[in-house]
Design a protein around this ligand. Structure first.
Ligand SMILES: [Zn+2]
Length: 246
């Protein structure tokens, strides 16, 4: 018998009444759980087998899946469903985890970031994209690809004049080293500072940082390109929905 906290990332119908869940757990990382009978009207599992629901699970491991013996709700994050923006950005946060992490690889930092992120999102009424950029930068850092922002990632130069961001090298790159990555993205001082602040300020405090929408859009594009490159993926499906909101 295994016991762990977990958040449902995805549900997939299986046969008439069951679901296969992708769940991100604190102890075992991302796992597939068979929730037998979860679609039955009187099932105990209706609430704790929906995306965003945060549960304390008792599981056992079968040949292909984990199975639930008990699930107690810790937080349903119901208020995320009350606004289209919250639910759309929330699905993107779940997709980030689902696409970036292999099965059964534990990462407690990412687990805690997700819980904290969903808590902040539950009450968000504005600044959604600023929040998501801060989340993206922290997420990719905890995954092991923290953007190198202190010095030129190639030569170590501290000069911040005419720097660019190199997705390929994973950090800022100076004027002299730009030859190492001809596709590096121009960033001015303002953009550099905004990226630095969103990476290092705690999620709940980023709303005090003032920055223009234009800057946030640019940072979001850079963050997405960097994440996709780092995890070797082509796209995130939920970003198409986010574009329709912005
Ligand atoms: Zn350099």
């Amino acid at each position: 018998m295994l016991k762990t906290e977990g958040i449902v990332l995805k549900e997939l119908r299986y046969r008439d009444t069951s679901k296969i869940l992708s769940v991100y757990t604190k102890k075992y990382g991302k796992i597939s759980i068979m929730a037998r009978g979860a679609y039955r009207p009187k099932s105990q599992m209706i609430a704790n087998s929906q995306p965003f629901s945060y549960n304390d699970y008792q599981l056992y491991k079968g040949k292909n899946f984990f199975y639930i013996t008990q699930g107690d709700i810790l937080d349903s994050f119901y208020s995320i469903r009350e606004r289209i923006e919250r639910v759309t950005y929330g699905y993107y946060m779940l997709e980030l985890i689902d696409k970036s992490l292999p099965e059964e690889q534990e990462n407690e930092k990412i687990f805690k970031l997700l819980i904290k992120g969903l808590k902040v999102l539950s009450f968000l009424d504005k600044d959604y994209l600023k929040f998501i950029v801060a989340y993206e930068l922290k997420f990719i850092s905890f995954l092991g690809y923290k953007p190198y922002l202190d010095k030129c990632v190639v030569c170590g130069s501290l000069n911040k004049k005419d720097i660019k961001f190199s997705v390929y090298e994973g950090g800022i790159i100076c004027e002299k080293c730009v030859i190492e990555d001809p596709f590096s993205i121009s960033i001015n001082e303002e953009l550099y500072k905004a990226m630095y602040n969103l990476l290092y300020t705690p999620l709940e405090d980023i709303f005090n940082i003032i920055m223009s929408n234009d800057l946030i859009y640019k940072l979001h594009d850079i963050a997405v390109e960097y994440i996709l490159y780092s995890i070797d993926r082509k796209k995130f499906n939920t970003l198409d929905l986010i574009k329709t909101l912005e």
